[in-house]
Write a protein that binds this ligand. Structure first.
Ligand code: FAD
Length: 427
């Protein structure tokens, strides 16, 4: 299997594990610290260098349960945080679509969730963190201490050093259930109208779109934290796992299985429904099947995620049409909007607009050609590609869509690099 979630790369890299915050880092000028390697492409890969696996930094340091301020080591996962804090009436202020992400990874990619329109990205809730640099040693970064390094490290793709601990502000909740409404829609215009309407009343909004169907049909979900029930442990991590053998063979994903899956998914969400759901089911539906990435077989898969500004949001109609014409897209794709709350990060992917994310089984040049065409469409519309998901964007695209790259470069630790960085900077 590969070295990141997409299983596309088999890197020539050595690995060292760290379990203590004061462990000395290896003396090497090609380091990259990684978390749970839930990034799809090559931001967590360091071909020709050393990866420093920080998942052993998994200890809680301090929790102020009155004010919801949590400090823990950077290898602690979102699931571990939730198991501790939910029964005490606290929740993550922002969470991506899997709880297996570490806090270090969440900071370094400035991840976003279903509530970006309401609260912004993960970086907006980071109070401070510890950073180990190869020359300067340990430093604390916050909005008032080493501010520029703080801004460079959030969304900094692991290039500014090793994050050893993170202090985070949590969100108060009184119940662990989610009050959810699902609404079937017929086309992209309906999705935009539903988003505009729902964002006024619901903290969480997301939609699944059937990218194999030319009409643009999908299911819109809007939710708030529930107003009844208890504060239960948010259990629900996967008990089932896709066997390793599946990942070494041919993909289980084909046009027939995709069409059937998408059809039945849409059929099972016809009309409008109100229901109550657990945190696990609402935020992390894919976590119930461990190693699901193996279904794409030994060649792995790409994920494409772009965001385009609202003014040019209609370009996504063309993007979706191209995907459905090419018949390469995979299961239901995620479509949602992002709001205008600015992240402290120099390189955040998050910006106001509409974001589309979907998987593509790796079919070699046919797939990379399509990805390149989609990238061009998104970037010409003033959009950007998400580094956490990316394995193919050009250096030109990166420079154009992340305008603070040259400022960021001053904060890179000279002993750190990544395959992503080598790719976009050597172009
Ligand atoms: C099923 C699934 C759903 C997802 N949904 C979303 C979503 O909704 N929104 C979203 O934003 N993302 C989403 N992602 C992407 C994921 O949130 C990010 O890729 C996240 O950064 C992965 O965290 P990780 O701990 O696995 O880090 P890794 O993938 O191991 O590393 C990610 C980056 O962080 C750096 N890094 C990690 N730990 C440290 C550290 N201690 N010090 C310094 N740098 C470090 C690495 O160098 C790398 O650049 C999803 C991924 C999956 C698999």
């Amino acid at each position: 299997m590969g070295d990141s979630w997409g299983n596309l790369h088999r890197a020539n890299q050595s690995r060292t594990d760290i379990c203590w915050r004061d462990t000395a880092l290896p003396a090497n000028d090609k380091l990259l610290t990684v978390g749970n390697r839930r990034s799809y492409g090559d931001v967590c890969i360091n071909d020709g260098g050393v990866i420093v696996n920080a998942t052993g930094l998994n200890k809680f340091i301090q929790f102020d349960a009155q004010n919801g301020i949590l400090r823990c080591e950077s290898g602690v996962t979102l699931w571990q945080v939730l198991k501790l804090v939910v029964p005490m009436g606290w929740f993550l202020p922002v969470t991506p679509g899997t709880g297996f992400v570490t806090l270090g990874g969440a900071v370094a990619n400035d991840v976003h969730g279903k509530n970006h329109h309401a609260v912004g990205s993960f970086g907006c809730f980071v109070r401070s963190f510890g950073l180990r640099r190869s020359v300067e040693g340990d430093m604390t970064c916050s909005q008032v201490e080493n501010q520029q390094m703080f801004a460079a490290t959030i969304g900094g793709l692991g290039l500014t050093g090793t994050i050893t601990w993170v202090e985070l502000s949590l969100k108060k909740i009184s119940h662990s259930s989610m009050a959810v409404e699902s609404i079937a829609y017929e086309n992209y215009a309906e999705f935009l109208a539903l988003s505009e309407d729902s964002e006024k009343s619901h903290e969480y909004c997301v939609s699944w779109i059937d990218c194999l169907n030319t009409s643009g049909r999908g299911v819109f979900f809007r939710a708030t934290h529930g107003q009844q029930g208890s504060l239960d442990d948010p259990v629900g991590t996967g008990a089932r796992s896709v066997p390793a053998i599946v990942g070494t063979g041919f993909p289980l994903v084909n046009q027939l299985s995709l069409r059937l899956f998408n059809y039945f998914y849409i059929r099972s969400h016809e009309g409008t429904r109100d229901y109550s759901e657990t945190i696990a089911k609402f935020f992390y539906p894919l976590d119930s099947l461990l190693n699901w990435n193996r279904i794409y077989g030994r060649k792995g898969f790409y994920q494409f995620q772009c965001v385009v500004p609202f003014d040019n949001a209609d370009v996504l109609k063309k993007v979706l049409k191209k995907i459905s014409n090419e018949k390469q897209g995979s299961f239901l794709s995620v479509l949602k909007t992002m709001g205008d709350i600015t992240s402290p990060a120099m390189l955040s992917f998050c910006r106001p607009g509409v974001t589309l994310a979907l998987d593509f089984p790796n079919r070699g040049a046919r797939t990379t050609k399509l990805l390149s065409a989609l990238e061009t469409m998104a970037v010409e519309a003033g959009g950007a590609i998400y580094p956490a998901k990316d394995a193919t964007m050009t250096g030109e695209t990166f420079e154009k869509s992340f305008p603070r790259v040259s400022e960021f470069t001053d904060y890179i630790d000279p002993s750190y690099t990544s395959s992503f960085w080598q790719r976009v900077k050597s172009a």
